[in-house]
Write a protein that binds this ligand. Sequence first.
Ligand SMILES: C[C@@H](N)C(=O)N[C@H](C)C(=O)O
Ligand SMILES: [Zn+2]
Length: 239
Amino acid sequence: MSIASVKPYQTLLIEECGEPLVPIPLNLFAVESPHPYEKLGADYGGKSPYFLRQGVLEALINAQRNLQKDYPRWHILIFDAYRPVSVQQFMVDYTFATVLQERRLTENNLSPQQRQEIWQEVYKIWAVANDNPATPPPHSTGAAVDITLVDATGKPIDMGGDIDELSDRSHPLYYANSTMAQEQDYHTHRELLHQVMRAAGFRRHLGEWWHFSLGDQMWAWLYNQEQPLQPVIARYGGV
Ligand SMILES: C[C@@H](N)C(=O)N[C@H](C)C(=O)O
Ligand SMILES: [Zn+2]
């Protein structure tokens, strides 16, 4: 059992456009391999995480082109893309279990308050896994990606925190006001990733430097916060 509330973006209408999920040409990008959730035992039931909606893939290719205007041999590294709802549930449960382990707690001995606090922690970075077509988890729409950058040698750029890290460092602006040179570099690199994605039409999760989406409910909500007079409608639902 988990404590999960509906997020504001999940109240938005979806007008599904019917665009297909298409395979990501992995030769164009850097790729986290083996896939991080498959490595943990997630069962994709014959599906692949390396799929996106057609229009989202085209935008991601444009984002990498934007990057390569200034950094010709750098690449976007794809950590995760399409995620079936069952895998979303697997990762939510895995993260809950990890927090318990880190805190040396046992589920059966948790007080209701401890349980609630841990679920809140988990749902800070994970969306609720559910099959309701009105509130699909972002990655189950094929419109969200978790990414970072690699340099010309294929080495990941240090962003001052790991993807999926359950900590304050995951906040995109965590290093924004730092006076330390290395932390300013983390911020610069997070902003480089943000700018190339944004210029291609994506919007970034408010609490995760690595999560971007285009055309899903979260994207529409973020977009409409910026441009309330020209609102957009989400066009990708769960697939
Ligand atoms: C935690 C991260 N991998 C992620 O994808 N978070 C978003 C919000 C999600 O679960 O859809
Ligand atoms: Zn994500």
